[in-house]
Design a binder for this molecule. Structure first.
Ligand code: FAD
Length: 292
């Protein structure tokens, strides 16, 4: 910790996933109330590729909007659906007053192929959503390169296509090596991408689970993290403290390089996310109170 105060313009958004059970939804209501105290700019709710969480995502979006009065972004994937279905859902979102969509291709279930009548990738989805209405569109970006990309340049070219198709910002996959994120932002700027690039911050919850998930999505776990979190899955309170320290150090390093916005993958757990926000001096209103 440097003790340095954050810029007043620092903003955070919080990602949630839709729980499978009624008990999970009740618990999420309490989580959302707690997270709202950190003053996020918006929440976002993930969407199961192929529409598996369609109803649950919609329900959670409504619940968060009702409880917090804050904007909520609806993630939307296009794999497994035809264009007409996706377009209908997009129109329904606008009718409900949901403008912010995180536009994603999603992953095909094992053994399935892309539908000929569907949007082929997130760039096509963005172009389709732009034709439908006045959305605020976020897309995914990959500091460590998406596993399906031919190479880093091809991945960046694809991100540029998504922005050129009308996306307003990119939210990154998490990367624990902060220099990798900074180099990625530099390369994106060099490639003519001017839209905001918002680093996704992953607070470590279950370390063993995180390793498995990271192997699938192309995010690496640096050796220093292996050492730092060794054995801590059996000591959750210490793991949360270490996770808070790692994530807030990362945010501070990024802030020192001019990053002003973060998207936190909350994993529906409020404690560490709230502690990170505290460490960063958020919410801004609390800082203004102190200054007054
Ligand atoms: C912030 C964030 C939120 C996410 N939320 C969800 C969610 O809610 N639900 C969910 O299921 N998944 C989610 N994901 C995961 C995402 O669905 C997967 O990473 C998926 O594999 C790719 O989706 P995409 O939108 O990045 O696809 P795309 O950007 O279309 O493609 C992914 C990669 O494939 C390559 N590629 C694809 N099409 C082309 C092309 N035409 N030409 C050249 N290269 C191409 C590029 O390298 C590209 O980076 C999220 C990821 C992030 C970073």
């Amino acid at each position: 910790m440097t003790g340095q105060h954050p810029d007043r313009d620092t903003a955070v958004s919080f990602e949630l996933f839709p729980p499978k059970t009624e008990a999970g939804i009740e618990a999420l209501e309490r989580t959302v109330d707690a997270l709202a105290t950190a003053g996020p700019g918006y929440f976002s709710v993930t969407y199961g590729a192929g529409g598996t969480t369609r109803d649950r995502t919609g329900r959670i979006v409504e619940m968060v909007r009702r409880r917090t009065g804050l904007p909520v972004a609806h993630h939307l994937t296009c794999v497994g659906a035809d264009r007409g279905e996706v377009d209908d859902q997009a129109r329904a979102l606008l009718d409900q007053g949901v403008r912010h969509v995180v536009a994603l291709r999603g992953d095909l279930p094992e053994g399935e192929t892309l539908r000929a009548d569907g949007y082929r990738d997130a760039a096509e989805l963005v172009a389709g959503l732009r034709r439908i209405g006045d959305f605020d569109l976020s897309v995914a970006a990959y500091p460590e390169v998406h596993p399906e990309a031919a190479n880093a340049q091809a991945d960046l070219d694809h991100l540029k296509r998504k922005i050129d198709a009308g996306a307003n910002r990119a939210i990154t996959q998490y990367a624990f090596d902060t220099e990798t994120i900074l180099r990625f932002i530099d390369r994106a700027r060099g490639a003519g991408i001017e839209a905001p690039i918002v680093p996704g911050i992953m607070p470590v919850a279950n370390f063993a689970g995180l390793k498995k998930f990271s192997a699938n999505c192309g995010a690496s776990i640096p050796p220093w993290m292996e050492e730092m979190f060794a054995g801590l899955d059996d000591n959750p309170s210490m793991r949360d403290m270490v996770a808070t320290s790692v994530a807030s150090e990362q945010c501070r390093r990024l802030m020192a390089e001019g990053v002003t916005e973060f998207h936190i993958y909350t994993l529906n757990k409020p404690a560490v996310t709230l502690a990170i926000c505290r460490a960063l001096g958020l919410p801004a209103e609390a800082r203004q109170d102190r200054a007054a």
